[in-house]
Every structure is written in structure tokens, then in C-alpha cells.
Design a protein around this ligand. Sequence first.
Ligand SMILES: Cc1cc2nc3c(=O)[nH]c(=O)nc-3n(C[C@H](O)[C@H](O)[C@H](O)COP(=O)(O)OP(=O)(O)OC[C@H]3O[C@@H](n4cnc5c(N)ncnc54)[C@H](O)[C@@H]3O)c2cc1C
Length: 427
Amino acid sequence: MKTDILIVGAGCAGLYCALHLPADRQILMITKDELTHSDSFLAQGGICMLKDESDYASYYEDTMHAGHYENNPESVEIMIRSSKDAIRDLIGYGVEFQREEDGSLSFTKEGGHSAKRILFHADITGKEITTKLLEQVKKRPNIRILEYCTMVDLICRDNCCYGAVVRDSSGEIDRIEAETTVLACGGIGGIYRHTTNYRHLTGDGVAIALKHKIAVEHVNYVQIHPTTLYSDKAEERSFLISESVRGEGAVLYNARKERFVNELLPRDVLTEKIYEQMKKDKMPYVWLSMEHIPKEELWNHFPNIIKRCREQGYDVFKECIPVVPAQHYFMGGIKINMSGETSMQRLYAVGETACNGVHGKNRLASNSLLESLVFAKRAAKDIGEQKQSTERVIDEVDLTQYQDKEAIEAAYKQTILNEIERLNNYV
Ligand SMILES: Cc1cc2nc3c(=O)[nH]c(=O)nc-3n(C[C@H](O)[C@H](O)[C@H](O)COP(=O)(O)OP(=O)(O)OC[C@H]3O[C@@H](n4cnc5c(N)ncnc54)[C@H](O)[C@@H]3O)c2cc1C
């Protein structure tokens, strides 16, 4: 197969990037699973936007504070300053956000935020955004999407990328030749036992980058979400109890149903406090109570969470629910510059798989959808401005080396775990 631009991943970063690439270029998007199975569809809480200039300093400070001031200031500034533009695009695509009675946008708050600056669509913001992006992509005649098509390696020579080796839905190994390749493969949650991520998101882009010595950064910066619904059954993935539930007034209790912490601390700090409390109580969870949230607000804002808790036997209107931390987000990734370029020529990375330091050591809630969009658009613009190359290397890649699926998956998982361990030991 041949294409001008190959995008590996069809979450919000890959889709939004595709929408901003020149219409005269052939774009092929591949996704490892069903089209709707990306973390972008799972995002509950919302997406940040700079409301007006008066909030700039505090939004910037909240992002830096949550990131332990290890954030790249330039990335943070770009993200915040570009937020209105991204939201304008989304609204233009038909994305509906919650509005006040006068028609103005409603804002909510989550942990680590000192002001209400998060736009939301009930508790399924990611689904609303990604569905609308997908609708737009499907209208573009120059964009084609292949489901159940997995990148198993990059085709590269002399630090230049020429496409990818893929496994299709029938298990066949093939090569996709591309002038430019964009990695938009999401996070690494799938390599963890307890995660809020889709299981097939196993950090393939990062493992392959490590294999080819493409620069990566902060691979050990992994965010644990403080509150996922506890279950003693071996579940597919942990169900997230969005931070905005706490933002709207839910409180955490210990085993004696006493409050033990400020629920709006940044995620990593709160996670530590919850682990400490679980240890003290000798319990595998702590309690979360939504009793202080007005009933109407609960119904309107969190219908999906109410439903899911019901399915697991909890009535959030009458009782506390058990919650436990789980792997949630990956701050590190393939190192990119402000235009999404990696250290390899003709290879870009966007979204959660990429790292430009915007989140520092710990992501502030509702900054990741935004970051994915802002930098995906910048990458698309940069790709569009590159001179088209006539050079197309038909590489003689030995495809037989990719036959053993399980062995490759195990090797990639181990590559990431080794890197995390190496960096943790280095510190
Ligand atoms: C439960 C949950 C709730 C969240 N809530 C919020 C929130 O409220 N606000 C917020 O800002 N962020 C939230 N996030 C984080 C946010 O959803 C993600 O960071 C963001 O959606 C990442 O987008 P992405 O496009 O980079 O990756 P994804 O949306 O995860 O897409 C990754 C894509 O890559 C494909 N892929 C992966 N590997 C391969 C491969 N080898 N070959 C081919 N395709 C591949 C996948 O199939 C998928 O299509 C939440 C995350 C979760 C899990």
C-alpha cells in the first residue's frame, strides 16, 4: 500500500490532525481496533478553555503547579493561548457543550483548578467530541480509515521514516509506504493490570521509537487516577469516576466514613493520600460520597456514572461507592518539538503518545484533549508546509520477522517497562 500521509491511530489527535492536512494529499489512517475504541471516546470530565485574559495567569499557574513545574513553559503557553481556536473548531464541527440558560457556555471545575474553566457535555465529553470529528473525517474524500490494522514496526533507514509494517484484520503482514508518518497511538495503559485505558493501547509507538532510537522523554511519568470504581472482579478496564464529580462536591471517606483529605488536590498528591488511607484502614478502597451534590445536578451532569454504578449495585443517591486509584494517563512519550516533529525525519507524533513537556510530571485534569488537539493541528500545518518528496524507498523489509504476534507484543511491553524501571532507578 502507498499513501502520502499515514496516521497511526484514530483518536482525537489523529482525527483532528487529518482534518487539518491539505485536502490534496492522500491520507490513510489505521487503527488497531474498532474505530470507536479509543481513549478519546472515554473522556468524561471535559476540555479546558481560556475563558478570558483574566484567567490566563491562574490557568498557567495551575498547569505548572500540577506538573511540579517540570512543564515546558512554551508548550503550556501555546496550549492555553490556542484553546479558544480549538473550541471554535469543535463547535464548528457541531460539538455541543453544556450551556447556561442565556446560551453562554457552562464551565465546571476539577482537581488542581483554581477556577471553573472546563467545558463539558454531560459526562461523555470525549464521545461527543470524537464522534463529531469522525463525522467530519468521513466526509473527506482524501481520507481513508482501516480498522483492525496494527502498526508492528516503522520502516526507516538513515534516521528517516518511510512508512510502517502493519498486521491487518486477517493477520496478514504488509507494508504501507508513506511520505510522512504520524504516530497518534495514545497511551500505555494496556500494559498495566489496572487501568482506565482501552486494553489494546499498549504504547506501541513508544516501544517502536525506543527500538529505533527515536528520542523519547519522561517515559516514567505515568499518571494514576485517584478515583476509579472498585471491583473485585477481573474487569476489562477500571471505570473512571471523573474528577468533576469531586469538583461538584463529592467527598472521600475512610473506612469509618470520616473525611480524610482535600478532594481537589492534584491527582498525584491525592492518589498518595488515598493509598496511605487504604493502608491505614487495611482496605482495598476508600469511599466516595455524592450526597452533597444536588440531585438535579447529579442527574444532569453525571448520567453515565450513575448508570454504571447502578450496574455494579450502587445507588449513588443513597450510598457511598468504593473507589481505588488506577493507571490513567501517560505524560511522557515520543519527544516532539512545537510542530510535532520527532527526532526522525518525516516522522511526527501527536496526542498522548507524544511528549512536548506540556504536562510536566503530572497532567492537570482536562488538559489532555486540549493538548492533543492543539498540537495535532500544529503538526498538520507543518506537514502541509513541507516540500513534497518524490523519493519513495521501496524497502526490502523482511516481513517474516513479524509473524509471531505474541512475541512482538511481549517484547514491546517489556521494552517500555524496562525503560520505566531504568528511569526510576536513575532518579
Ligand atoms: C476513562 C478516561 C477518561 C478521560 N477523561 C478525560 C477528560 O475528561 N479530559 C481530558 O482532557 N482527557 C481525558 N482523558 C485522557 C484523554 O482521553 C486522552 O489523553 C486522549 O483522548 C488521547 O487521545 P489520542 O488521540 O492521543 O489517543 P486515543 O484516543 O487513545 O487513540 C489512540 C489510537 O491509536 C490506535 N493505536 C494504538 N496503537 C496502535 C497501533 N500499533 N497500530 C494502529 N493503531 C494503534 C488506537 O486504536 C486508537 O485509535 C481520559 C482518559 C480516559 C481513559
